[in-house]
Design a protein. Sequence first.
Length: 487
Amino acid sequence: MLWIAVQFPLLPLEVQPGFQPGANQAVQEKQHLLIISAAAQTDGIHAGMKVVTAQALSDALDIFSRCEDAEQKALHVLARSLLFLTPAVSIASENTLLLEIAGSLKLFRGIDKILELLCRHLDNRRHAWRLAAGHTPLAAELLLQQADSNVRLDPEHITPERLKEETLRRLQRVPVSVLTVDRKLARTLAAPGFASLGELLALPRSAQGKRYGRDWLDWLERLLGEKPDPRRPIDMPQRFHAETEFAEPVEQVQGLVFPAQRLLEKLDTFLNLHQLHSKAIRWHFHHEDTQVSRLLIRRASDQETANLWQELTRRHFEHLQLSAPVQKLALDCARPLPRRAAALSLFEQAWQRPAAATLLERLATLPALHTEMLHAADCHVPELAQRRLPAMQAHPTKRESASDRQLNPFSDSPLWLLDTPLALRQQQQQPVWRGARLELLPGEHLLHSHWWQQGVARHYRIGRHPDGVCCWLFRDSQQQWFLHGFF
């Protein structure tokens, strides 16, 4: 087993809407400071100090009330973002996550690569963090208390035996005061004057059991890996929803661009972890008067790219008029679908369809432009076989390949189809158009449909005009000729 513990020491402060890196800020709970920024420490302020005392030392200190709900939401978001490394991500405490990565060593080719990816990912999350590794979850948590907890393990320590040896050596220096046991047991352990865990481990196990009880032995066995210590991994939500609340209402759309980018990054992480894609997202603008305005953005293709979502959002925001200042911005997506690879023929230009879809999506962001697409309808009658839908709502059908088409051109319907067939006069039972009889070419296509209603029976032919125009004709059951389209 191999565990990595990741702690976010400033999480109660970082989730505050008014948090600013480098500012003189703190979080209070029950009239005592819980978390303080590095800037506040320069004024002699420390955690545990009374609020009134801290305010007396610094007039510039901004103090926020703790919001445990926001902390839990942020911690769950961070936990889900780490699932790309391992599915065994669990919450250890109010600001600490545990990752079991033994099953990921072969996939990522060693712990060094995992640590590199983990550190890079945590840096991008813009949270203060520190980590430690151990052969048990309790050992990894305890090693977080050491100043050198971020030490990277050498490749030789990857094996369970060497990792356990290194972990036990470092555990010797862990102070008794930081052991994760209940307060009563902690006072009992510290009473004889033991300063470190190593001094306690030097005692015979039987003597420890008699002096400190079975609870201590149970905790010690889980710490050393002598007893299983299973952790429940987090559950992934089936639907995506993320939001950000502002300290002050945002009056200009430009002030929403950066928060929207952060929310889209969370959406991209969610979809990648589940191998899903979504063709629509919805923005919710919560105003001060409890009213909510919404903006729906659709995609024309199944290709999931975070950059394009950001571009489409920015384009829509350029034409957005806020009805009132925004207090909170939220994002959710339509029911996601399983992501599938595009199936292309061997010699097809793969760039053509995504480029067309991207152009369509960009055109849809222009408020004065109304785009439509033809969508197949469940009807065999040619003039009813297609219907027009808004371009971003149409669901494209499977594209017909060249090999699927018949080589006989007379079997294809024309590109130009009349909305309503045009009745033609006849001369000697031949259709006449533009003052000339049409030459009927070989080949005939029979169409029978809507037998349950009035019924449609047509005999389709191709007629050639003397000037070379090829027309698509049909004769109905009354022997009347109609012009239906042009080739």
